[in-house]
Design a protein around this ligand. Structure first.
Ligand SMILES: O=C(O)c1ccccc1NCC(=O)[C@H](O)[C@H](O)COP(=O)(O)O
Length: 250
């Protein structure tokens, strides 16, 4: 059983545990996200992970075709695409991931409330290259077990933290790719200052992703100064996909 949870997150996690494994025969190789982030950074560009997100508990809502969005992000220079597959409150689906995987050649993140090996099996089969693991919804033992399981497929895990306690757990579990989410899962508020302080505390051996609430190239510059190696951006790109070039070239 994951950590003690309540409210909408408890329902989302219960639903995640019940979701059946979707079996497919994967044909594409697993793409490595960390070297790609390093290469984009080395070329003097911002590694942007562009998120396909249709709605969220914060009230966000945007209806866009997944394939044309994903292709425009790839053409605009995104290092990867994050596809939300959570189907009860985020309006995501496994089908979006599967379809996007057939249409782009950059790494794909399966962004969901992953609490079971079934979900990791599904992520691999549908074409994901890395998988989100949120420290807040897992016990330390579950996190370590799932991280190992994700890596057994050759995939990587984006281990998401929000405070120092989460970060300590992520580091003990051996995470190589850590996402600092400035959005508090429970209050839904964006806490940019706190996220910047946390980014500064992460060892340089870890690849760091700044997540949530990013709306301008100026914010990317600030986050980069605080140590972020990559930037996960959903709402502002879903509203205005043309911004991808400005964010990457920033
Ligand atoms: O997006 C939300 O409102 C949300 C609420 C509660 C838990 C998670 C949530 N989003 C998941 C994400 O991590 C974001 O979609 C992602 O970081 C992109 O954020 P943004 O650029 O602010 O859309």
């Amino acid at each position: 059983m994951p950590r003690y949870l309540e409210g909408w997150i408890k329902d989302v996690v219960e639903n995640a545990k019940r979701r059946p494994y979707v079996s497919r025969s994967r044909e594409k190789p697993v793409l490595q996200i960390i070297p790609r982030i390093r290469a984009v950074k080395g070329a003097g560009l911002n590694p942007v992970i562009a998120e396909y997100k249709r709605k969220s508990p914060s009230g966000f809502s945007e209806d866009r075709d997944p394939i044309s969005y994903a292709k425009s992000m790839e053409q605009g220079g995104a290092v990867a695409i994050s596809v939300i597959t959570e189907n009860t409150v985020f309006g995501g689906s496994y089908e979006y991931l599967e379809r996007i995987a057939r249409n782009v050649k950059i790494p794909l993140l399966m962004k969901d409330f992953v609490v079971s090996e079934n979900q990791v099996d599904t992520a691999y089969d549908l074409g994901a290259d890395f998988v989100l693991l949120i420290v807040r919804i897992l016990t330390e033992r579950e996190l370590s077990g799932l991280l190992e399981y994700v890596r057994s497929y050759g995939m990587e895990a984006l281990v998401e933290v929000h405070d120092r306690e989460d970060l300590d757990i992520a580091l003990r579990s051996g995470a190589s790719l850590i996402g600092v989410n400035s959005r508090d899962l429970f209050s839904l508020t964006i806490q940019k200052e706190m996220a910047m302080k946390l980014l500064e505390q992460i060892p340089s051996t870890v690849t760091k992703v700044a997540e949530s609430g990013i709306e301008s190239a100026e914010e990317i510059r600030l986050l980069r100064e605080k140590g972020a190696d990559a930037f996960l951006i959903g709402s502002s790109l879903m509203r205005n996909p043309d911004k991808i070039k400005e964010f990457v070239q920033g």
